[in-house]
Design a protein around this ligand. Structure first.
Ligand SMILES: N[C@@H](CCC(=O)N[C@@H](CS)C(=O)NCC(=O)O)C(=O)O
Length: 169
């Protein structure tokens, strides 16, 4: 058995994209199953994973089903400790957790007014003040992360350091 990831669409579903990136970017062997996010078959496609009902959802190589992207990320970090999902330094790891949870729970205006879609560009979009405030908050958090990691560009906490063939202990 391998890790089986259930997602919707990588073009229009940021939750799906980030769920997929957690496995793909950190070289964790997996199979991806696309569920019908926009075709009306999502509930049926997800039924075998109940009570998980949203994407992403993961079935581990042991058959355990996990919903919620953060729970999936924490479980993968635990099961693949050499993959580098979290920064190694404790202060950077705590800060990364802070940024991730704020991203999962916050930025309501940005999410509402700018849902992810990677296929078109809107000309003349005028962001509302609340969206601009969310963007400023992201810049503040990113600058804070870089001040801790010293990474001037690229990944916030520096290059991902992983060992090839990350395996479970
Ligand atoms: N808090 C969840 C959010 C997941 C989520 O909202 N997924 C959306 C992706 S578009 C979904 O499955 N929507 C389908 C629906 O609401 O029916 C997580 O972190 O994984």
């Amino acid at each position: 058995m391998t890790y089986e990831l259930y997602i919707g669409d990588r073009m229009y579903s940021s939750w799906s994209l980030r769920g997929w990136l957690m496995l793909e970017k950190f070289a964790i062997p997996h199979q991806t199953h696309l569920v019908g996010l926009f075709s009306g078959t999502m509930a049926a496609d997800m039924a075998p994973l109940a009570p998980a009902r949203l994407v992403p959802a993961l079935r581990t190589d042991q058959g355990l089903v996990i919903g919620e992207s953060l729970a999936i990320g924490e479980t993968l970090a635990e099961q693949f400790p050499t993959a580098g999902l979290w920064p190694r330094a404790a202060d950077q790891r705590a800060t990364a957790r802070w940024l991730v949870t704020e991203m999962v729970a916050g930025f309501v205006a940005l999410r509402r007014d700018c849902p992810m879609q990677l296929s078109h560009v809107w000309q003349g979009f005028a962001p509302a003040a609340a969206v601009l405030a969310d963007l400023a908050r992201i810049e503040t958090l990113f600058a804070h992360a870089r001040s801790l990691s010293g990474a001037k560009n690229g990944p916030l906490f520096g290059p991902i350091v992983w060992q090839m063939c990350s395996t479970r202990p």
